[in-house]
Design a protein around this ligand. Structure first.
Ligand SMILES: Cc1cc2nc3c(=O)[nH]c(=O)nc-3n(C[C@H](O)[C@H](O)[C@H](O)COP(=O)(O)O)c2cc1C
Length: 320
C-alpha cells in the first residue's frame, strides 16, 4: 500500500493527532477523529513489552476501525526485538507502523531508545531498514532535529530513512536536549522540505496551538501535513477549527459539558471509573479556558472521585 495515496491525495492537507503516552488512548482518539483529525497513532509501545506480552503494551495495540488511517507506534533499540514487535503490531492490521526516534524522556533514552537513536544515525537507519523489510505495511518514523544544537542531523537522517523505504517522516522541531523547552524551530523543517533529494511527505510538529499558527506553519514551511499534540488536550475540536478556517466555514464550538460526560463514559468503558475520572483531570484546564473566575470550579472538578460527582458539579455550573 502506498501511504501517499491513502493520506495525501484527496485529503489535501492532513491533520495528525500526535501520539501522547497517557493521553491519546482510544477514547481520546475517538473524540479527535470526530472533530476532524485525519491521521493518528497509538501511544508508543515498548518493543520489549510487546514481545513479553506485557498487558500494558498489548492493550495499547487496540484501535477501532473508525480511527483509520492509524499507525501503531513502537519504540526500542534492539533490531531483533523491533522486528518481532513490528510483526506483532502488524497482526492488528494497522495502516502503518511508526518508529519512535524522538522520545526525550530519561527512562527511555537511558536504554538507548527514542531520541538516543539520534546519536548514531547509521545504526538507526539499519534498524529501521530491517523493520521495513520484515513487515508488509508502510513504515513511518517520528523524530526530532538531533541530539543537541551541535548535532542537528535531520536532513541527513530523512535522506537515509527515505533510502531504506520509510514512507513518511514526522519532525518535532526540537533537539533531544531541549526536551520541551524554548520554541520549536520550524526553519529546520523548512530546510528538509527544500532539500531536492527528499521526496517523501514531511509532517511538521511542535508548538501548534492555534488555528493561526497551524496555517502559518502550513504556508511558510510547505509541509505535507501538521501534527498537533499538547494543544489537543482539553481542546480536541482544534482540528475542526482549523478545517473550518481553511474551508471558510463557520466553526461551532461543541457543548463542553456534554463532551466531558461522553469522554468520561468512554474512558470508563475502556478501563474503569477511577481511570476515567483521573484521565479527565489532564483536560479540565483547557476544557475551561479563558473563563473569568474559573479556578475554584476547576479545582472542584479535579477533586471529584466519581463520574456522578463530576456530573453533579457540571450540572450545577451555569456560567457556560
Ligand atoms: C504527555 C506527552 C506524551 C507523549 N508521548 C509520546 C509518544 O508516546 N510518542 C511520541 O512519538 N511522542 C510523544 N510525545 C511527543 C508528542 O507527540 C509531540 O511530538 C510533542 O508534544 C510536540 O508537539 P506539540 O508541541 O504539538 O505538543 C508526547 C508528548 C507529551 C506532552
Amino acid at each position: 500500500m502506498n501511504l501517499k495515496n491513502l493520506l495525501f491525495e484527496d485529503k489535501k492537507f492532513p491533520l495528525f493527532l500526535a501520539p501522547m503516552e497517557g493521553v491519546t488512548d482510544p477514547p481520546f482518539r475517538f473524540l479527535c477523529k470526530k472533530f476532524g483529525a485525519n491521521v493518528m497513532y497509538t501511544e508508543f509501545i515498548s518493543s520489549e513489552g510487546l514481545i513479553r506480552n506485557a498487558e500494558k503494551s498489548v492493550r495499547k495495540l487496540k484501535f477501532d476501525n473508525f480511527e483509520r488511517p492509524i499507525g501503531i507506534q513502537i519504540f526500542g533499540h534492539n533490531v531483533e526485538s523491533m522486528k518481532q514487535a513490528a510483526l506483532i503490531a502488524e497482526e492488528q492490521n494497522p495502516d502503518m507502523i511508526d518508529i519512535n526516534c524522538g522520545c526525550p524522556v530519561k527512562k527511555v533514552v537511558s536504554k538507548g531508545c527514542g531520541s538516543a537513536l539520534l546519536q548514531d544515525i547509521e545504526k538507526l537507519q539499519k534498524m529501521v531498514a530491517e523493520v521495513v523489510k520484515v513487515v508488509k505495511i508502510p513504515v513511518t518514523v517520528k523524530t526530532r532535529l538531533g541530539w543537541d544544537m551541535n548535532s542537528i542531523v535531520i536532513e541527513e537522517l530523512v535522506e537515509r530513512l527515505q533510502d531504506v523505504g520509510v514512507q513518511i517522516v514526522t519532525i518535532h522541531a526540537r533537539t533531544r536536549n531541549q526536551m520541551y523547552s524554548g520554541e520549536a524551530d520550524w526553519s529546520y523543517i523548512g530546510k528538509v522540505k527544500n532539500n531536492s533529494r527528499i521526496k517523501i511527505p514531511i509532517i511538521g510538529n511542535g508548538d501548534i496551538d492555534s488555528v493561526e499558527k497551524a496555517l502559518e506553519c502550513k504556508n511558510k514551511y510547505e509541509v505535507d501535513g501538521i501534527m498537533i499534540g499538547r494543544a489537543t488536550i482539553g481542546h480536541p475540536w482544534i482540528f475542526d477549527e482549523i478545517k473550518c478556517k481553511v474551508e471558510n466555514k463557520n466553526f461551532v464550538k461543541p457543548d463542553v459539558k456534554e463532551l466531558i460526560m461522553q469522554h468520561l463514559e468512554m474512558e470508563k468503558n475502556y478501563k474503569n471509573e477511577h481511570y476515567a475520572v483521573v484521565s479527565l483531570r489532564k483536560h479540565y484546564k483547557n476544557y475551561f479556558k479563558n473563563i473569568p473566575d474559573i479556578k475554584n470550579f476547576r479545582q472542584t472538578l479535579m477533586d471529584a472521585e466519581t463520574i456522578e460527582a463530576v456530573k453533579s458539579i457540571l450540572d450545577n455550573y451555569n456560567e457556560i
